[in-house]
Write a protein that binds this ligand. Structure first.
Ligand code: DC
Length: 225
């Protein structure tokens, strides 16, 4: 059967990562977390002492940055210049830096080619903010996953609880700021593609959402072939 490119966009905390992993497993596809790439850029830029709007500094950092994904026993790992950075990129500081730096054309252009390369062999579930609108406008099936602000904040808080001392209020504030950054930027703002299927996950489990997606994919495949 034809291998597809499936995109899942949406704001942070909507459940994209959980759902993308289950869906990719179900289909026997690879799963790519494109937010991790923006976080990888942020980690390197912060280590160089840059501000997220320092385009010249970012350009220099990017010129010597090589990132790739590996699939190991511990799942998807992000390798940056030969070092596994997967466990270093989930801090609130990196989230905020990644969101700010992701508005810079120099960063988006650098990651555009990399993401398209990762989709060359098809059979991939891509999660991000602009997968269906900019990176893969011809994707076979596009989803936009959303949830209420309260639910998304709670989910993110549960995720972070064991690693940081963030309060729920702080997480809510961070998510609001990131939503604003990610949606208000000029370049590839967060929004559903015209042909995306929009799913609100507020009252549904990850498995319910995946079941709905599988249904959409199967129907599309029947229509297309
Ligand atoms: O999905 P995430 O929270 O790990 O992403 C971190 C930041 O990266 C997010 O705030 C915005 C940016 N991002 C983006 O601009 N485009 C993507 N396709 C993925 C992430």
């Amino acid at each position: 059967m034809k291998r597809l490119i499936i995109t899942i966009d949406g704001p942070s905390g909507a459940g994209k990562t959980t759902v993308s992993k289950i869906l990719a497993d179900h289909l026997g596809y690879r799963y790519i977390d494109t937010g991790a790439l923006y976080r990888g850029v942020a980690l390197k830029a912060m280590a160089s002492g840059l501000n997220p709007d320092d385009d010249t500094g970012l350009e220099t950092v990017l010129s010597s940055l090589k990132m790739e994904f590996l699939y190991g026993e511990k799942g998807l790992r992000l390798i940056s210049n030969n070092s596994d950075i997967t466990d270093k990129i989930r801090t609130p500081e990196i989230s905020m830096f990644a969101s700010a730096a992701s508005a810079r054309p120099v960063v988006r252009n650098f990651l555009l080619d990399l993401q398209r390369d990762l989709g060359r062999e098809k059979g991939v579930v891509f999660e991000g903010r602009d997968m269906g609108t900019v990176v893969f406008p011809d994707a076979d099936v596009k989803f936009y996953l959303d949830a209420s602000h309260k639910t998304r904040s709670l989910r993110r808080y549960q995720e972070l609880k064991s690693e940081t001392s963030q309060t729920l209020q702080n997480v809510e504030k961070d998510i609001k700021r990131r939503d604003k950054n990610d949606s208000a930027r000029d370049l590839a703002p967060l929004r559903p593609a015209k042909d995306a299927v929009i799913i609100d996950s507020t009252h549904f489990s990850a498995q319910d959402v995946v079941d709905r997606m599988v249904n959409v994919i199967e129907n599309k495949i029947i229509v297309v072939f």
